[in-house]
Design a protein around this ligand. Structure first.
Ligand SMILES: *Cc1c(COP(=O)(O)O)cnc(C)c1O
Length: 402
């Protein structure tokens, strides 16, 4: 370990709550799809801060917008009308079929807003005594108490009892189980179109259409968590658009302000009737500076056609990995995902390969022990993916030989 990294590690141990198992890397600055550590070493970024810096790190146009707006107005509270929020809302709602948005500060908060709206819509608009939210095994919806309940995984709930009531999980992909679970107590079904934390697991078209059809048949709301999959990541502006779905609510966050904290929940005029003045709020949500930055992020995504680019470059990269799997049988079990949300599923636990890739200057994430998760900035060069594939192939060859 470098002395710089070692010194930071010791300082941190004395200062911060121990909530993170850190990677052995401290990033000093970043640009485009590159990270630089405290020793000046360069890394190819295949993680983008976990699907956050979609338009690339430290773009000068975003820095300019932030600086300019910060000299005019940063915060005034949601007690006041703010034009920057409306500019952002118009741009955001032009990307999908929704007509109303609630802004907040993170993914978990966007999901909290969705859960609260679904319950209040059922109870105050539909006059139904319903509050249950159904989610799926392998889901990840956040770390607040309600969203760890929605996430439903023991490892995220350990030691936090009592976990809030009103959440039920059914098996991923199992429409019969979903049909059996939906009852008069159900307010909504919430799903990720591609499970991220759960190991880059896409819904099949039949499953996606089946979930929506069951929600319609039973009269419950259909919520899609687009926090990781949204904002051009998967080759569409929103991942639900791959299947022509019409969810009642979607949630967004991660890439919305390209690294500054912002979340959003979008819905229809009808479902938004569940909220009235005073029913939900946040101090910071869509402050002027964040809104101006997020609006510019959306402009960049449109101007640079980043959804199309994610699809092209993602298909190219998945092709490289699939061909590698055929050349080296027994190393890659599956390559899955859409656009630039890619899971390379190894046939064996991947910790050593992941570490060796980091040593060679490639930053990515390992989920579910054997899934190499690639969610790079959408502006990444094909050459970066080629050099990553070459490094991975060398390591897999060595693994086979050993
Ligand atoms: C990251 C993520 C969240 C939580 O977002 P935070 O901003 O960390 O609260 C929720 N759902 C999905 C699918 C995510 O990827």
């Amino acid at each position: 370990m470098s002395t710089n990294l070692d010194a930071l590690k010791k300082r941190e141990e004395a200062l911060l709550c121990r909530t993170y198992g850190r990677y052995p890397l401290a990033v000093k600055h970043a640009s485009g799809a590159r990270l630089y550590d405290f020793d000046g070493r360069e890394y190819v970024d295949l993680l983008a801060g976990i699907a956050v810096t979609n338009v690339g790190h430290c773009r000068p146009e975003l820095a300019d917008v932030a600086a300019e707006q910060a000299r005019k107005l940063v915060h005034v509270s949601n007690l006041f009308y703010q034009e920057e929020q409306l500019v952002l809302a118009e741009k955001l709602l032009a990307t999908n079929h929704f007509t109303k948005v609630f802004f907040c500060n993170s993914g978990a908060e966007a999901n909290e807003a969705a859960i609260k709206l679904a319950r209040r819509y059922a109870q105050r608009v539909q006059n139904r005594d319903a509050g249950e939210i159904i989610t799926f095994t392998g889901a990840f919806h956040g770390r607040t108490l309600a969203t760890v309940a929605a996430t439903g995984q023991a490892k995220f709930q350990d030691g936090f009892a009592p976990i809030p009531q009103g959440f039920t999980q059914v098996e991923w992909g199992n429409l019969d189980a979903l049909r059996a679970a939906i009852g008069p107590q159900t307010a909504a079904v919430m799903v990720e179109v591609i499970q991220g934390e759960g190991g880059v697991r896409p819904m099949s078209p039949e499953f996606a259409e089946g979930v929506q059809a069951l929600c319609r048949e039973k009269g419950v709301l259909f919520i899609v968590d687009e926090i990781q999959t949204g904002l051009c990541r998967t080759g569409r502006f929103w991942a639900f658009q791959h299947f022509g779905l019409q969810p009642d609510i979607i949630t967004s966050a991660k890439a919305l302000a390209n690294g500054l904290p912002m979340g959003a929940m979008m819905t229809s005029d009808e479902v938004s009737r569940g909220f009235e003045p005073g029913s939900h709020a946040t101090t910071f949500g869509a402050g002027a500076t964040l809104s101006a930055v997020a609006a510019k992020v959306l402009d960049i995504m449109q101007e640079e056609k980043l959804a199309e680019r994610a699809e092209d470059v993602g298909n190219y990269a998945m092709g490289l990995f699939r061909a590698m799997g055929e050349r080296l049988p027994g190393t890659i079990a599956e390559v899955r995902g859409k656009g630039l949300m890619i899971g390379v599923v190894l046939a064996f636990p991947g910790k050593d390969i992941w570490q060796a890739l980091m040593d060679r200057g490639f930053v990515l994430n390992l989920t579910q022990e054997r899934v190499l998760r690639l969610v790079p900035p959408l502006i990444i060069a094909r050459e970066d993916l080629e050099s990553f594939a070459a490094a991975l192939e060398e390591l897999l060859q060595a693994h086979v030989a050993a």
